[in-house]
Design a protein around this ligand. Structure first.
Ligand code: LLP
Length: 388
């Protein structure tokens, strides 16, 4: 089996499980994002902090000049302490608490992505009280289904996110009338792990027609934030370690028809960080059941919940063995039958003590970890080691 390159001598001394991050790959990914997005007339890429808020990862991304997309007061704080500029922070979320709105205003973040008329009123009230101006975009629910897992599609009318596009004019008119609110543009996000560009083309078409109807009504459009969602190749992390940013950005360049000078914002999470992270764990036991063979490892759904939650596929490699492949169900120690990383996985023969790499786990891995069963939160290892 073709495997990624890992510093296993460095791993041998460490307690497992832990997250391993290839910062060199992250650097190449960020360079690719910068060069491909620069082909658009005016683009600003934000990193979706929810994908991974490990401080080293955040600092690396902040230093590359991307903005930050946050979804809570905690994420705003994490972004600021990693070095993102307040003006480069956009803040979305259907349920912003008062303290979070106050924090965002206090810190002078660039943009609130507002998800309802009710939220708009509250932001205006708080901004008036604080003597601040809130710069806002309206998050529009474009009612577009993405070809992805049902739990990670967000742009359908049935989802809780955003303002129905048929209500947009009304809410936009309200935004223009409220004190201490400065209307700046529209925000969209249709879902995650999207590999079929026709989903983004559908989003472009929706935005084009909304832009036309606002123009007819003499309502301002402002800038456009198309959210995130670009998928990665989970099957072939070694052949295709960087998402197809060229295709992604060129899709928007080709299909969005916006007035000259319009800034286009992106909020990418998974495609930035997923490939650079692996969950490293150890085989505790190999157990031959009556019908299946299990590799029982010391990592579980508490470090990486994606397989249990979404039946998500992560490729698994045995870093300690070059023996012939065998078929295993790779499972963790947690008391849930869904604590399975992969069923019928074909992996080089496993023995107790072997190190396994669960690949493409840099996004929504560590950031979704929990302490269920009193397990410790995972540690992280970087290559190269970051300077203090
Ligand atoms: N912008 C907004 C408003 C979002 O809700 C999200 C992700 C993003 C940007 C970033 O999307 P990305 O580029 O990462 O696809 N836990 C799930 C994914 C949930 C995504 C939530 N929103 C998973 O493990 O697959």
């Amino acid at each position: 089996m073709l495997k990624g390159s890992f510093p296993i001598e460095q791993f041998a001394l460490r307690h497992t499980p832990f997250y391993y991050y290839d910062l060199e790959l992250l650097g190449r990914t960020l360079d690719c994002i910068k060069s491909q997005s620069a082909k658009l007339p005016k683009a600003k890429v934000h990193y979706a902090v929810k994908a991974n808020f490990n401080p080293v990862i955040l600092k690396t991304i902040a230093a590359s000049g991307l903005g930050a997309d946050c979804v809570s007061g905690g994420e705003i704080r994490a972004a600021l302490s990693a070095g993102f500029k307040p003006g480069d922070i956009v803040y979305a979320g259907v349920g912003k608490s008062d303290w979070e709105i106050e924090l965002a205003l206090e810190e002078g973040i660039g943009r609130f992505n507002v998800e309802s008329a009710a939220e708009l009123q509250v932001i205006s009230e708080i901004a008036c009280r604080m003597g601040r101006t809130a710069h806002i975009s309206l998050r529009v629910n474009p009612d577009i289904g993405a070809h992805t897992h049902a739990n990670i599609t967000t742009g359908l009318a049935e989802n809780k996110f955003g303002i129905g596009y048929e209500q947009l004019e009304q809410v936009l008119t309200l935004a223009l009338s409220l004190p201490n609110i400065s209307y700046e543009g529209l925000h969209f996000h249709i879902g995650s792990q999207i590999l079929d560009m026709s989903d983004f083309v559908a989003l472009c078409n929706r935005i084009n027609s909304l832009a036309k109807s606002l123009e007819i009504k003499h309502l301002p459009l402002g800038d456009i934030n198309v959210g995130g969602g670009l998928g990665i190749n989970y099957e072939h992390p070694n052949h295709l370690p960087i998402a197809d940013f060229e295709l992604y950005f060129s899709t928007f360049k080709k299909h969005l028809h916006l007035p000259e000078g319009t800034t286009l914002h992106f909020e990418l999470g998974r495609s930035v960080v997923a490939p650079c992270g692996s969950l490293i764990c150890k085989v505790l036991y190999v157990k031959k059941g009556s019908s299946r063979q299990f590799a029982i490892v010391d990592a579980s759904m508490t470090e990486l919940i994606r397989p249990a939650l979404y039946k998500a596929y992560h490729r698994i490699e045995n870093l300690s063995s070059n023996e012939a492949e065998e078929i295993y169900d790779v499972v963790g120690p947690v008391c849930e039958s869904s604590d399975v990383f992969l069923k019928s996985a074909s992996i080089d023969r496993c023995r107790r003590g072997d190190l396994l790499a669960i690949r493409s786990a840099g996004a929504y891995g560590e950031s979704m970890a929990s302490c269920y069963n009193c397990r410790a939160l995972p540690e992280s290892v970087f290559n190269p080691e970051p300077a203090e």
